[in-house]
Design a protein around this ligand. Structure first.
Ligand code: G3P
Ligand code: MG
Length: 249
């Protein structure tokens, strides 16, 4: 079931923009990834209460900002005031939460590709999938299409319905017995897995279905080399310095 013969994405993907070298999911993180020569990054996108798409990994603000509460319940005007850099280090003080629109501008500026992980606030799975797909089509016009991914089949189904042409990947942190049916229903071109779930046999099984394989979060070069040797297509890493853009194992 090969749905996308043309796979334009590189082997190494910077996790959350700049891995562990900058505050995750910020413009500064993307700039850091670019400075290390990376040509693609992954980031986590969700909706504010009033429908703006911005980057944040967690449902709540506490871990990676000076804000508090459920981010998806706040209007963008409030989220825009949050400092998402100081928790990481003083050098990044005042770094804001980025809008997806600003992320697209950075991609244009740095000639970078993107994997947008749709990370909905609980209860907003479908709306987030729709809005991210529509925005991605518009904002990335003329650039390599964003690779959309999600742990939420509901978000992927909504993205598929809104913009069928955008490539989609199913994320799995635990092995799902129904992965075949899901990737088929959702028209996925790729499967994105916690690398701990894989062995050579499973890689072969997934490849036999015509799927591309992205693994996260691989931070040891030796493990990255092993996974690439088995036939994995993309390594998503926090160690953007040790596993650089030219890493091939
Ligand atoms: O998309 C790969 C990876 O980012 C999924 O896990 O928790 O880091 O978003 P998480
Ligand atoms: Mg992610």
């Amino acid at each position: 079931m090969l749905l996308m013969n043309h796979w334009p994405y590189p082997t190494i993907v910077a996790h959350r923009g700049g891995g562990k070298l900058a505050p995750e999911n910020t413009l500064a993180a993307i700039d850091t990834g670019a400075r290390y020569g990376h040509t693609m990054f992954e980031c986590d996108a969700k909706l504010s209460r009033d429908g703006e798409i911005f980057l944040l990994h967690d449902d709540t603000l506490e871990r990676t900002s000076n804000g508090w509460g459920i981010a998806g319940e706040l209007p963008w005007a409030q989220l825009a005031q949050v400092d998402a850099g100081s928790w990481f280090s003083r050098a990044f003080a005042g770094e804001p939460l980025p809008l997806l629109r600003q992320v697209a501008e950075r991609c244009r500026q740095h000639h970078m590709m993107i994997n947008i992980e749709i990370k909905p606030t609980t209860g907003e799975e479908s709306r987030t999938g729709t809005e991210v797909a529509l925005a991605a089509r518009e904002l990335w016009a003329g650039m390599t299409p964003p690779l959309l991914s999600s742990f939420s089949p509901e978000s992927l189904a909504a993205a598929q319905q809104a913009v069928p042409a955008l490539p989609r990947g199913l994320l799995m942190d635990e092995w799902r017995r129904d992965w075949r049916e899901l990737v088929q229903q959702l028209g996925c071109v790729s499967i994105h897995l916690n690398h701990r779930l894989l062995d050579a046999g499973r890689v072969a099984e997934l490849k036999a279905q015509g799927l591309r394989i992205l693994v996260y979060t691989v931070n040891r070069p030796q493990r990255a080399a092993q996974l690439l040797g088995w036939g994995v297509d993309c390594i998503c890493t926090d160690r953007i310095d040790e596993i650089g853009p030219d890493f091939r194992g």
